[in-house]
Design a protein around this ligand. Structure first.
Ligand code: PGA
Length: 250
């Protein structure tokens, strides 16, 4: 990992309220420092906070992302859902799609593909998540599963300039268990090779997510193929999130 164009994405999941916004100001201040001028910091709060985050970060280097959306681009009779158009109209620039916590409650590769296509039409940048479960890992199915998730999730998509590929082993999310550096290095190389070839892209942006903290970020940054982190738990505390950013960008 070089220090250029590194991504730090905060996935707040179903946490946070209006009071949590205050703590984000520290991160905005950090982003203004010259040292971090090539750093991409993106906050993905729950839908309820998207508008406030958008206002708070306006004219700053910090960007905002949603955590999911409905597959329909505009509107429709879908109680409780939010469309890519609604999200984009708030000034939101990114969207997480394919997170395993949504896959585990019924989202499949085909729905994910529809969501991605609708979101791209709305000019949202996609934080595309994929990863194997522990069971699949134990059965040596990891590469098969990842390639299938990528191929089906990105079906009919030719250009990946606005897609960030977030590899998140399911067994690592929220567990404190992370892959061995040597294993992760091999995995990221396989992914980069596969994605580069499939989409004829020299430099696809690959991220890692799953129990990232200030300690293991230093180790992960040794892996050249990793261009940033998708951080869950540790991102809800601004001091911890800042620590991850500072330790990575030295
Ligand atoms: P975690 O979550 O950092 O809490 O493991 C990562 C994620 O779900 O994106």
């Amino acid at each position: 990992m070089t220090n250029n164009n590194i991504y730090f994405i905060a996935n707040w999941k179903m946490y946070g309220n209006l009071n949590s916004l205050n703590s984000v100001k520290k991160v905005i201040e950090l982003s203004k420092k010259k040292k971090f001028k090539n750093t991409n910091i993106i906050y993905c709060p729950p839908y309820t906070l998207l508008n406030d985050f958008s206002k708070l970060t306006k004219k700053t280097r910090v960007k905002v992302g949603a955590q999911n959306c409905h597959e329909f681009e505009f509107s429709g009779p879908f109680t409780g859902s939010v469309s890519p158009h609604m999200i984009a109209s708030l000034g939101v620039k990114y969207i997480i799609i394919g997170h395993s916590e949504n896959r585990s409650i019924g989202e499949n590769n085909s729905t994910i593909n529809k969501k991605i296509i609708s979101s791209i039409k709305q000019k949202l940048k996609i934080i595309f998540c994929f990863g194997e479960t522990l069971k699949q890992k134990k059965r040596n199915e990891t590469n098969h599963v990842l390639k299938k998730q990528i191929s089906e999730g990105l079906k009919n998509i030719k250009k990946i300039d606005n897609i960030l590929f977030a590899y998140e082993p399911v067994w690592s999310i929220g567990t404190g268990v992370v892959p061995k550096i040597s294993d992760l290095q091999i995995q990221m190389r396989i992914l980069k090779k596969f994605i580069s070839k499939k989409f004829k892209s020299k430099n696809p942006v690959l991220l890692y997510g799953g129990s990232v903290n200030q300690k293991n970020a230093i180790l992960f940054k040794q892996i050249n193929e990793i261009k940033g982190f998708l951080v869950g738990g540790a991102s809800q505390n601004s001091n911890k999130f800042i620590d991850i950013i500072k330790k990575t960008i030295i």
